[in-house]
Design a protein around this ligand. Structure first.
Ligand SMILES: NC(=O)C1=CN([C@@H]2O[C@H](COP(=O)(O)OP(=O)(O)OC[C@H]3O[C@@H](n4cnc5c(N)ncnc54)[C@H](OP(=O)(O)O)[C@@H]3O)[C@@H](O)[C@H]2O)C=CC1
Ligand SMILES: N[C@@H](CCC(=O)OP(=O)(O)O)C(=O)O
Length: 490
């Protein structure tokens, strides 16, 4: 066994042990831990931002050498526009959300005199999440993991390695201060692709892998592990302007979807316009607004002919060429993540739906129309995690959905789809409460099933024992800490 394999095995084993102890934590303990994590991050702000500056300097050098795209710098930068405070505020918000663990989703009396079945939510276990060079994602995913009592093994993009190490150290410190070192192992960081390759083999320790990134990343992970995979892949999002679209709404929605943050997976990549809407001048208004933001339009033949006439008044030949080009076949399948938009004209909504279902990535798609029935048909027929009527595709986000934050946006169909928040991080177990009941009695007919729904009430004794045990554990830890502190002094 190589040293690397050994250390990854240790990471996975420690995460499994931490997951086992975390599942018995009470809501109060988890929220106290989140508060301590927030405090530790705030305390170590200067160190974290210094690590981030060092990552940024290296990334800038790569950009200058043409080895890295400039849009990635914005993602990586943790110091800009109140990002660090937003990150702390996100933890505060998460603390106010209800505990996703221990919710009763089914309550049935199986038989009279106390045979009761409950379906109760519980953590998934150990989740490995691989994500882009976005340090704030590490905090969001890590804190979602703590609140849902899962252990997480995190791997961010290589450009963010120093920042991720500093953030993880602070977060682990917060957990350790509240619950002890064993629990801090619920937050693990790995930094290389080689470590991920080793982890993917450890299906006895991992319960779920979440690859958040390009389609090729998700395909690679699926092909190389037997652990269940919840893919968070690319967003080839489309917007359809119907013949009954309101022009003002079309302009607002398309511009926001394309330009509010073009590098995000929920940004718009394809615009489909009904011919009648184009003839009513809606496409022209949308194009003018996009051009003001320097968006290049890659148009099919019909849209090109129409928009070329609009551009005639533009004197500068270079601007004309930059703003309007003919689309190639490849453009319909490209996630530009940039100020570029493919535009297509259709004769009907059915044609638009077929295009989206064939070329889209089943992430988030939108219809702009004033006709409610048309909208309902579109929402039912488009096969995506998010289907929107008259709203920007940029709304596809855990925070905006009110989930506190997100692990990412699942493009899988099961077990979670769209923005994955706390609910996507739990599964359930069945709890059966009996009083010496046996199946033989039912088989012999001396007892009858009632299968009666009962109130989904919480039985306090479920966790009472755990809380007692937890209290004892805490006291023991405090005694140990006190003893080692006294040893240190003597
Ligand atoms: N659905 C969603 O929630 C989201 C999707 N995205 C999508 O992500 C893409 C852009 O992000 P980008 O950073 O370029 O994505 P990449 O897929 O290139 O990288 C994302 C992460 O995956 C890792 N990775 C990539 N290939 C492998 C591999 N073979 N083995 C192990 N790790 C691997 C990277 O590691 P390393 O840095 O070490 O190479 C990085 O940590 C876009 O398609 C965007 O739509 C982005 C954000 C959210
Ligand atoms: N869902 C979030 C995250 C977007 C995102 O992950 O962007 P990026 O990491 O730049 O691909 C949002 O809408 O802002």
């Amino acid at each position: 066994m190589t040293t690397e394999t050994e250390s990854i095995l240790q990471v996975a084993q420690q995460a499994r042990q931490a997951a086992l102890v975390c599942q018995t934590l009470s809501s109060q303990q988890k929220d106290r831990t989140l508060l301590a994590v927030r405090e530790a991050l705030a305390e170590q702000r200067a160190e974290i931002l210094a690590a981030n500056q060092s990552d940024l300097r290296q990334a800038e050098a790569l950009c200058e050498q043409g080895k890295l795209d400039k849009v990635l710098l914005k993602r990586l930068d943790l110091s800009g526009s109140g990002k660090f405070d937003t990150l702390l505020a996100g933890i505060d918000q998460l603390r106010t959300l209800p505990d996703p663990v221990g919710r009763v989703t089914l309550a049935t009396e199986l038989a009279a005199d106390g045979l009761e079945l409950y379906r109760v939510t519980c953590p998934i276990g150990v989740i490995c999440v691989i994500f882009e060079s976005r340090p704030d994602a590490l905090v969001q995913i890590g804190t979602l993991g703590l609140k849902s009592a899962n252990a997480v093994v995190l791997k961010g993009g290589r450009e963010a390695t120093a920042t991720n190490q500093a953030l993880t150290a602070a977060m682990r410190l917060g957990v350790e201060r509240t619950l002890g070192a064993r629990y801090a192992n619920a937050l693990q960081l790995v930094t290389t692709r080689a470590e991920i390759a080793e982890l993917l083999k450890l299906d006895q320790y991992l319960d779920l892998v979440v690859p958040r990134g390009s389609q090729s990343l998700v395909r690679y992970i699926k092909a190389n592990t037997t652990v269940p995979v919840l893919g968070h892949a690319d967003g080839l999002c489309a917007c359809y302007i119907d013949k009954d679209a309101d022009p003002d709404k079309a302009v607002r929605i398309v511009v926001d979807s394309k330009t509010q943050y073009p590098a995000a997976c929920n940004a718009l990549e394809t615009l489909i316009c009904h011919r009648l809407a184009m003839e009513r001048g809606v496409l022209e208004q949308v194009a003018q607004a996009l051009w003001k933001q320097n968006v290049e339009i890659r148009a099919d033949e019909d849209a090109f002919a129409h928009l070329q006439k609009v551009l005639v008044s533009t004197r500068n030949q270079d601007t004309k060429q930059k703003l309007l080009r003919r689309a190639t076949a490849e453009d319909w399948d490209t996630e530009f993540l940039d100020y570029i938009l493919a535009v297509k004209i259709v004769e009907s909504m059915d044609e638009a739906i077929s295009h989206i279902n064939e070329h889209g990535s089943h992430h988030t798609d939108c219809i702009i129309t004033e006709d409610v029935n048309t909208a309902e048909c579109f929402l039912a027929a488009v096969d995506a995690a998010g289907v929107y009527h008259n709203a920007s595709t940029r709304f596809a986000d855990g925070f905006r959905y009110g989930f506190g934050s997100e692990v990412g946006i699942s493009t899988n169909r099961i077990h979670a789809r769209g923005p994955v928040g706390l609910e996507g991080l739990v599964t359930y177990k069945y709890r059966l409460y009996g009083a010496g009941h046996t199946v033989a009695e039912f088989a012999a007919g001396s007892r009858q099933f009632t299968h009666r729904a009962i109130p989904a009430r919480w039985r306090p004794e479920w966790f009472a024992l755990n809380q007692q045990q937890q209290q004892q554990q805490l006291q023991q830890q405090q005694q140990q800490q006190h003893a080692s502190a006294s040893d240190g002094k003597s």
